[in-house]
Design a protein around this ligand. Sequence first.
Ligand code: MLT
Length: 266
Amino acid sequence: MLIKTNGIRIDYRDEGAGLPVIFLHAFPLNQTMWDDQLIALQNHCRTITLDLRGFGGSEAPQGPYLMDQLAADVRGLMSALGIDRAVLVGLSMGGYVSLAFYRSYPGSVQAMVLADTRASADTDEARERRLRSAEKAERDGARAIADDMIPLLLGRTTLDRRSPVVERVRTMIEGNSPRGIAGAQRGMAERRDSTPLLAMINVPVLVIAGAEDTLTPVAEADSLRNGIRGARIHVIQRAGHLSNMEQPAEFNSALLGFIEPLKGAF
Ligand code: MLT
């Protein structure tokens, strides 16, 4: 479905009923990375996925897409759907957006799942790498970015043994526009350090990490857990950065275990 918010068209899905759970996808994918989670949660809560600006069926205006802008898009969608508070499930870039969202709209967050993500800003070196990758997307197209990123996004086990997952990820990346990919890279390069925010978070948080994630190693997940009062952590073996796609059954059971007790408060 399509909705216009903050001047652009956003593509989203809204299914089921009850506690609203909003899924925020990784870079440079789209909302279909959450398909396994939608199936698992369909009789448990209201699930909302969206293509962040620049990705999938959403519009890709000129970037950079600051994390605060992406968070404002999510808030705009919530307003349009009549949702005051939601559980946010953000993976990697989706986690950066979740933290930016919490900074701007803490009262709109019931709980958060932060998967394969980090609170810190980029190092100078990482920022340079991103800016080069943004130029490469514009010059060589989405396929070149898929070639660069797939070995980083997926864990060793998936790369060796689960070619359908590898193909799904490739299709998602190649379906995105170079402008969207570049806009998000430049926006992530500018993102602020959310470490000081962690101590202010006072909603339930579950941190999830793939044991084979080399982009955001488990040590990053430990820092999130240690920084957020009462946060729990779940490490998934034989999963890399896209832990929800690589080991969906274990990811879903951790997610459901976290969400079920929240339904009482809804
Ligand atoms: C992602 O999966 O969203 C990206 O790896 C995030 C990043 O590039 O920092």
